[in-house]
Ligand binder design. Sequence first.
Ligand SMILES: Cc1cc2nc3c(=O)[nH]c(=O)nc-3n(C[C@H](O)[C@H](O)[C@H](O)COP(=O)(O)O)c2cc1C
Length: 217
Amino acid sequence: MYYEPGKTDHGLPYNPLKGCVVPRPIGWITSMNKAGLVNLAPFSFFNLLSYDPPYVCFSAGGNVKDHDPKDTVVNIEETGEFVYNLATWAQRDVMTKTSQIVERGVDEMAAAGIEPLPSKLVKPPRVGGSPVQFECLYHQTVVLAGNRPSSFHRVVFGRVIAVHIDDDVIINGKVDVLKMRPISRLGYKDYTSIESIFQMEMASPEEALTPRRVAAE
Ligand SMILES: Cc1cc2nc3c(=O)[nH]c(=O)nc-3n(C[C@H](O)[C@H](O)[C@H](O)COP(=O)(O)O)c2cc1C
């Protein structure tokens, strides 16, 4: 099949797009408003972008009702700080709870029954029970115009200034992904969790697809 998003119809009963970039890690983002009220929400348009220094980003659509920016984005732009928490299989149910729209003025972490852990360098707390958390400083927002008011997205970039990893998931000096069992988003209502891994070496020069250019003498 072939279609041109925004121009031609895919002709399928459900939009296939999100099922085509999988699995997507879930950035479970803690933020706070100026008054100190905690907000927690999952974002699967999320990723790590670099490592020296490390940057992350997530992309948020507008609120369903009024298309205004989501609270997470408003908070981060207001206060300049957020925390990325890794969502695990054990936390799958509570994670989806935190995607629900709640009245302004409600602490979403407390409402979901999650224990807040203090951060070291930023104010928003970390999610208790999550094995990895990054404390982040707001870098910038890039607005992706939508074809409709409801499809505008705001991509929020942040610089990671502190990394917490639960010692229990560090085995032989490496982060043990199978022990953490992160969950990720697929298309539709589908998720996956990491239950197997495999390793590969980088291709050796002899296996390179094109002969290496020999430096001029
Ligand atoms: C697994 C999962 C992934 C999600 N990913 C996104 C996303 O990438 N972008 C987005 O705008 N909303 C996403 N949502 C919906 C938000 O979590 C939801 O709108 C939430 O209420 C936003 O919270 P806030 O308004 O407090 O910022 C996702 C929901 C779930 C359950």
